[in-house]
Design a protein around this ligand. Structure first.
Ligand code: NAD
Length: 351
């Protein structure tokens, strides 16, 4: 039996996370997978019930779950005296080291390119995100009014574990290819170390094809011919930018799921924010959150060697494919007329 946390977040999180849970429960029932669900407050509701947007109660409970669903955090809705810094500290505390973001086109949905099926991995514990790389203080400082300085950190441990995750994922896919992105000719030490660790890891996976591409050239190639890529791994800042470009290729934020992976736990979190402009109207697209939940099952299947969790993920994939292909229960951003709940229910029913 797995224990999974439900952290709804704010705004449309309160709408899309319940649809994700609905679909995951239907898939788990069909696959014979046992799950104990634990709702945990964060965001505005955390503040209302426990006086803090990231209550200690929730942080303590997360130590004991196998993974969790996390809706978007709507910073605009917070009381001014409460710290709203939730995602980076959580990543640091639980050592969530890779953000895995698939980008997939569907034949009947509008997208810049067809036949795109890429999984991006962005390292998330180091790089240029200064708050998460230093023990005390900040990786940024400004010695005078004219100069601002930021540092970038790459460690062998950080580079090696995100590379390992990329090769493990590639092994589960048809094309079995990993592309590492860096700019070693310029950033000889930081990008150099990242590249070295990727090359070392590639030797452990002779069944997976490995290539290296410079990040600037990749930005161009991704737009021109994205079909040539399968699994793509890179450092934090490059990944932050390139994954948004990837999502743009296949239809934007509503179609961009994600899983933030640690050594022991994983967090399902869509790329989109809390979309306060459409919150409370039952029009948000639940796809990204539902597919993030699917990725959590996939991860449990792979890392715990659990055929039932893998089956639950495959069932969710097939149900989502069916509902999208039929195009009868899609939200407005996908060209349909259905609400959030109707699309979630259609996917659960397809299971
Ligand atoms: P956003 O992603 O919330 O919205 C951008 C645009 O995309 C909006 O027009 C919105 O309506 C639309 N959109 C987003 N998700 C959608 C969905 N599922 N279905 C249909 N349309 C969707 O980005 P923003 O407006 O820049 O940020 C809003 C709030 O979210 C801010 O407080 C921001 O800090 C926060 N945010 C949180 C996270 C997170 O917690 N992971 C990520 C990004 C932004």
């Amino acid at each position: 039996m797995y224990k999974l946390g439900i952290l709804e977040g704010d705004d449309i999180g309160l709408e899309v996370v319940p649809e994700c849970v609905k679909v995951m429960k239907a898939a788990a029932a069909k696959a014979g997978l046992q799950i104990e669900w634990q709702p945990l407050p964060i965001g505005k509701r955390g503040h209302e019930s426990h006086g803090h947007t990231m209550p200690q109660y929730t942080v303590d409970a997360l130590q004991h779950v196998d993974g969790w669903l996390q809706g978007p955090i709507g910073h605009n809705a917070y009381p001014r005296d409460d710290p709203t810094w939730i995602n980076p500290p959580l990543r640091k505390k639980f050592e969530l080291f890779a953000n895995v973001k698939p980008v997939k086109s569907y034949p009947n949905l509008p997208s810049l390119h067809k036949d795109v099926d890429i999984v991006f991995l962005r390292e998330t514990t180091e790089g240029m995100q200064s708050g998460s790389v230093v023990f005390a203080g900040s990786g940024e400082f400004q010695p005078n009014d004219d100069i601002a300085i930021g540092m970038r950190v790459v460690t062998r441990k950080g580079a090696s574990r995100v590379a390992r995750e990329a090769f493990e994922i590639a092994r589960t896919r048809k094309r079995k290819k990993v592309t590492a992105l860096h700019k070693e000719p310029v950033y000889r030490l930081v990008c150099g170390m990242f590249a070295q660790e990727c090359r070392k890891m590639a030797k452990n996976y002779p069944d997976v094809e490995f290539e290296e591409v410079l990040i600037d050239g990749f930005a161009l190639k991704l737009v021109m011919k994205p079909q040539q890529y399968d699994v793509v791994v890179t450092t934090n800042q490059f990944g932050d930018i390139i994954t948004d470009e990837g999502a743009g290729l296949v239809g934007g934020l509503g179609l961009a799921p994600g899983l933030v992976v640690g050594e022991r736990q994983a967090m399902a979190q869509a790329t989109h924010g809390s979309a306060p402009d459409i919150a409370g109207r039952n029009i948000a697209n639940p796809y990204a959150m539902i597919m993030s939940g699917k990725m959590l099952f996939e991860w449990l299947g792979r890392t715990r060697d659990d055929a039932k969790a893998a089956a639950a993920a495959a069932l969710m994939d097939a149900a989502v494919d069916k509902v999208i292909a039929e195009a009868e229960h899609l939200t407005g951003d996908l060209g349909g007329k259905s609400g959030t709940t109707q699309m979630g229910e259609a996917i659960a029913a397809a299971l």
